[in-house]
Design a protein around this ligand. Structure first.
Ligand code: SAM
Length: 430
């Protein structure tokens, strides 16, 4: 850290010129000189001349480096957000601006760190004044947060590929790398979505034992599930579907980074056009709010002779009053059991065909499972069974293995994963 010596009236001068580093102490050095902390890169030769001119004869002033500058206690105890706020206040003052409550509100309090890139949330730095500070603003933010690159989140576009509207504020590209449960992931934060909230499901998937199995990952993204299935669960081969070309590029790199590129075939494009059929022991449907559009193709790729397991993701509302307001077509089977405890009377409100399908899904009540989740799981099982039977023209049996929340979005909306075991009735027992 650069420091000036000796003291005299220099402190006031430096403060006036906004060069004094207020987060560090004035220090007495072993040779008797006094060091005043100054902000790195701010002190010019002109400042030094001014200082020397105002000093008593026989004293002088030089710029030197202090190896271990002593921070003020308050500065030492500051959180990164407080430190950032302090440095921004200083920057605004340097530009002759006035600190205000609006600016204070605009300072981010949390951020995501991806190695040397810090991703700011969409709610910060909205005031017009920030733009006037130009690139110095982003350099200050980056150095305060000990980052080299900065990006800012926008909304995830509802465009089907879930493109994040992320803008790069500082740095040349948005490629970052993560290590997660022993798996290396790389992706461009400006092009691909980062789903940190799926961690519990990623860990669960990693703990499954699936040797010799073939998996179809219908919504592979950058490989958040494809990779733990390959690296930890021991899946033999994955067919990974993805229509966002940027995610496809990241997926390709990730397979290579983890040395499993020979065990995965990437199918770029819309998975509903997939020609593949009758290959999968397991299908992952990691799309929210609903993966329902992928159910027919999941049934098509599932092995006809033995069947297999579907991992179905869905955001499920557990507020019955609201659930009833959903379009009828969407929750046809669910409406059969909404607000009732499976009484025969209520079942008669649906078509006999659908009621029959409901009866054939094996139901186990899971502890900690809300009734709405159970009803959604049963309705989903019924729909999958019907799809499989229409496709193959023979009876299938469906078993609910697991219903688990991954994350909650609102008090009544949960991202659930349902594991459905689907077997043709004449299949050998597994
Ligand atoms: C929510 S992300 C899931 C990624 C990963 N499964 C995860 O949880 O992190 C869904 C991915 O599915 C892709 N996707 C959505 N609909 C698709 C379709 N019809 N065909 C192929 N990919 C699709 C999107 O581009 C996106 O990358």
């Amino acid at each position: 850290m650069p420091a000036l010596s000796p003291l005299h009236t220099s402190g006031e001068y430096l403060e006036g010129a906004r060069i004094l580093d207020v987060s560090h102490r004035v220090q007495k050095l072993p040779d008797g000189t006094v060091a005043l902390p100054v902000l790195e890169g701010k002190l010019t030769e002109q400042h030094l001349q001014d200082l020397r001119g105002s000093m008593a004869p026989g004293t002088t002033c030089i710029l030197s480096w202090i190896k271990k500058p002593i921070p003020f206690k308050a500065a030492r105890a500051q959180s990164p957000a407080q430190k950032l706020c302090g440095e921004l206040q200083h920057l605004v003052a340097c530009f002759g601006g006035r600190w205000s409550e609006e600016l204070e509100h605009d300072v981010p309090h949390s951020w995501q760190r991806h190695g040397d890139l810090v991703m700011l949330s969409k709610d910060c730095f909205k005031a017009a004044l920030w733009e006037e500070l130009g690139s110095e603003l982003w350099e200050t933010v980056a150095s305060s947060l000990r980052a080299r690159r900065l990006a800012k989140q926008g909304r995830v576009s509802p465009d089907g590929v879930r493109t994040p509207t992320v803008s790069l504020l500082l740095g040349h590209d948005g490629w970052v790398e993560h290590m997660d449960n022993g798996i290396r992931y790389t992706f461009d934060v400006t092009r691909c979505m980062f789903s940190s909230g799926n961690i519990t499901e990623k860990l669960r998937v990693a703990s499954l034992q699936c040797p010799r199995e073939v998996l179809v990952d219908l919504y592979a993204g950058i490989g958040y599930f494809t990779l733990p299935f390959l690296v930890h669960a021991g899946v033999a081969f994955v067919h990974a579907c993805e229509w966002n070309p940027h995610a496809v590029e990241a997926l390709r790199r990730n397979l290579e980074l983890n040395g499993v590129q020979d065990q995965c075939w990437i199918h770029p494009g819309d998975n509903r056009q997939l020609e593949l059929r009758d290959v999968a022991d397991r299908v992952n449907l990691g799309l929210i709010p609903s993966s329902e559009q992928g159910w027919p193709i999941a049934c098509q790729v599932l092995r006809k002779d033995t069947g297999g397991i579907l991992h179905i993701h869905q955001n499920v509302e557990s507020f019955p009053a609201k659930a009833l307001q959903l379009p009828c077509g969407l929750l046809k089977e669910q409406s059969l059991c909404n607000g009732q405890e499976d009484s025969g009377n209520q079942r008669n409100h649906g078509s006999p065909e659908t009621a029959d399908v409901m009866d054939s899904v094996q139901k186990i009540q899971f502890t900690g499972t809300r009734p709405e989740w159970q009803r959604w799981a049963e309705a989903t099982g019924a729909q999958i069974r019907s799809l499989l039977e229409n496709l193959h023209g023979e009876p299938w049996t469906i078993n609910i293995l697991h219903i688990k929340p991954v994350k909650s979005y609102a008090p009544h909306v949960h991202h659930l994963v349902l594991d459905l075991e689907c077997r043709p009735l004449q299949a050998e027992p597994h």
